[in-house]
Write a protein that binds this ligand. Structure first.
Ligand code: AMP
Length: 176
């Protein structure tokens, strides 16, 4: 569980860590891979969300998923891309979040992934939460924590350097 003071200060930043859907580059699940290839190349994002006609979130597509199909025995070609729809190759088993205040889950997920997809209860795509936006929150926390709380060392706690010094110089006079 996240310590209450940490969560309180992060929430006080009043910044929205969500990039809203209208600012996120997406493709439609029926788009062919030629189109998706061009979109990904243009927006320069490694991976983007795939939606259906009603804006439901369906999956994710990345450039490597497409370039793999372009590699033929004879060399690299974009010819096969026209006949394949993105829904045939997209990543479908993608965790999403619909409680945007669940900081605990967001932090845990973004340890391994670059972004987290935010949906409503009917899986309509609402936006993404990226590592970059979360880092801005952590930066805010690092610079503002002591404006709201006084951090005291835990009694009996030894920092790594104290422990190292104790080993080198002996532990005389230290509280053990
Ligand atoms: P960042 O933390 O800003 O580097 O973003 C992490 C990842 O989130 C990027 O590599 C993209 O896959 C995705 N992403 C960020 N912003 C957008 C956007 N506006 N549209 C689509 N995908 C995005």
């Amino acid at each position: 569980m996240i310590d209450k003071p940490i969560e309180t200060v992060m929430r006080e930043s009043n910044r929205d860590i969500l990039i809203p859907a209208d600012l996120v580059a997406t493709v439609n699940q029926d788009n062919n891979l030629q189109h998706v290839f061009m979109v990904l190349t243009k927006v320069k994002y490694a991976k983007i969300p795939v939606l259906d006609n009603d804006n439901h979130f369906k999956g994710l597509v990345s450039l490597p998923m497409i370039t793999e199909l372009m590699m033929q025995d004879t060399g690299i070609t974009s010819r096969p891309l026209e006949a394949i729809k993105v829904k045939q190759i997209m990543q479908k088993d993608v965790p999403t979040i619909y409680e945007r205040d669940n900081l605990e889950a967001i932090l845990r997920y973004l340890v391994d992934e670059n972004f987290l997809v935010f949906v409503d209860a009917d899986t309509h795509f609402k936006g993404i939460i990226t590592r970059r936006e979360l880092f801005k929150e952590i930066n805010y926390l690092a610079h503002n924590f002591n404006k709201r709380y006084i951090a005291l060392p835990v009694y009996n706690h030894k920092s790594k350097s104290e422990t190292k010094n104790a080993k080198v110089h002996g532990s005389k006079g230290m509280i053990n």
